[in-house]
Ligand binder design. Sequence first.
Ligand code: NAG
Ligand code: NAG
Ligand code: NAG
Length: 505
Amino acid sequence: MARRASLATWALVLGVCVGACRCYFSIPMKIYTGRVNVSSVVDLVPVRRATSDAGGLSLASDPSGAVNFLDMVNNLEGDSGRGYYIEMSIGSPGQQLNILVDTGSSNFAVAAAPHPFITHYFNTALSSTYSSSSRTVAVKYTQGNWEGELGEDRVSIPQGPNGTIIINIAAILSSEGFFLPGVNWQGILGLAYPMLARPDSSVEPFFNSMVRQLGIPDIFSLQMCGAGLSASSTADPAGGSLILGGVEPTLYRGSIWYTPILEEWYYQVEVLKLEVGNQNLNLDCREYNKDKAIVDSGTTLLRLPVNVFSAVVEAITRSSLEFSSGFWDGTKLACWLKGETPWRFFPKLSIYLRATNSSQSFRVTILPQLYIQQIADVDGTLDCFRFGVSSSANGLVIGATVMEGFYVVFDRARKRLGFALSNCAVNAGASLSELAGPFSAADVAADCSGGSLREPLLWVISYALMALCAVILVALLLLLVLPCRRRDRSGEITDESSLVRHRIK
Ligand SMILES: *[C@@H]1O[C@H](CO)[C@@H](O)[C@H](O)[C@H]1NC(C)=O
Ligand SMILES: *[C@@H]1O[C@H](CO)[C@@H](O)[C@H](O)[C@H]1NC(C)=O
Ligand SMILES: *[C@@H]1O[C@H](CO)[C@@H](O)[C@H](O)[C@H]1NC(C)=O
C-alpha cells in the first residue's frame, strides 16, 4: 500500500509538471491549415416530404381529430447546453411559461415563487382553477434540487394538441442549483413513466394525463435542432419540435428504426456495441448497459460508463490527435485559429441498439460535428471546442449530443423507441448523422442488460487510488492553469456550469 502511495505521489508530481507545461501550448493546441469554414453557421435544409413507408402510421392513428402535427413543428426553443423548452399556458386565466422538455424524469414542476435567475413564475394565487393538495414534494439531482407542493390546475399548449387538460403540478417554492443564469425556462416537463414520479408513482405524469383526457395516441416524438451550433451562443435559439400524439413525416428522412423499451421507468434501451471509426470497442456488451442505458433529452452530453469512456477516449486518441487530458475530461477546450476546423481529425461514433427483431441490431452514428462542440466566442481569434462525451457512474445516457442527430420517436403504445435521420441535423448539405441496419446480433450476448458486472476487489482499490490522485491532480492543475483559463470568460466550458448538462436522476 505504501509503495502504491509513493508511486501515486510520483505520478502526481509528474502529472502536474506535464500539465503545467501543456498549459502553455494548449491554446491553440494545434493549428492546422484547414479548408472548411467553421465560422459559417449551420444552414438548415428546408423540410421536405419524406418518402418513407413508416410515415403514414400515426397520422392515420388519430381517432380524436384533436391533433394536427404540422401545427406543432418548431414549437421548441433552446439548445443542448441549456435545454429545449416549450411554451405552455398554466392556470385560469392562463399564465405563459417556458417548460424544459425532459425525457429523463416524470414530474411536471414549475417555479411558483420568485428566483433571481428566472424572469417570471407561476403565481398560484392568480389562478382561479389551481387547487393545492397539502402534500409536499422534493426532487434531488446530483447538482441542484427543488422542493414544493403538489397541486392541480388546467394547462394548454398553444403549439400542441387542441384542448385543455387538468394535470398534476409541483409548485416549486424553493430550489438550489436548479434554475441557473441564462436559461429561459421556468419549469420542467418530465415525459418518462409514472415509476419515476415523486413522491410516488400515484402522481400521474403530464403525458399520461394528456393521453387519457384528450384521447391522443400514446406516442410522442422529439426533434432537437442544435446540431453544429455553438454550445453557448445566446442569440438565435436552435429550437426543435415536440410532436405530441404521433410522428410528423416532414421532420425526418428514410425509415424509422425501432428498439424495444426494456423497462418502463426511464426510456431504457439495450446497447449491444460501440464503434469508434469503424473499430469495434469489443467490450463485454454488459459494460455498455452497466446500471442502465437510457435516452434522456434532459442530459446534454453522451455519457458513458467509466470503462467504456476510457476505451472510447483511447480509441479516438489512437486514430487522431494527442490532446491534454483536460480536453477529454471536459475541463479544457481545444482551440484552433478562426476558420479552421478540427472535425476531420476525429472519427465517427456508432452505437448499436437491439432491433425489435431481437436477433438483429441497427446502428446510430454521429459525426464529430455533433460531439466536438464549438463554444461561442471564447476569444476573438480562436474557435474553441469541447468534448461532448463524458464519463458516468450511473449508466449510459444517450443525451442531446446524440439525439440532435435524430428524430426520436417515443412509441409508448408499442413499448419501443424509434430513430430516424433528422432533417435538421444537416450542415452545408451534408448529414451529421447516419442510420444503418439490420445487422446480425449473433455476436453479442442474448441479454446485454441483465446482471451487473462484478469488479475484483483489487480493481476497486486501484480505482479508488486513481480517483484520489485525479482529484488532487485536478485541484493542483486548476491552480496552475488559472492564467490559461482566463480566456474562458463565458465560464461555460465545464460540465457543472450548464443547466441540464450534468444532471443525474
Ligand atoms: C467563411 O464564412 C464567412 C462568414 O459566413 C464568410 O464571410 C467567408 O467568406 C467564409 N470563408 C470561406 C473561405 O469560405
Ligand atoms: C386546433 O383546432 C383548430 C380549429 O379547429 C385547427 O385549425 C388547428 O389545426 C388545431 N390545432 C392542432 C394542433 O390540432
Ligand atoms: C429476425 O432476424 C433473423 C436474422 O436476421 C431472421 O432470420 C428472422 O427471419 C427475423 N424474424 C422476423 C420475424 O423477421
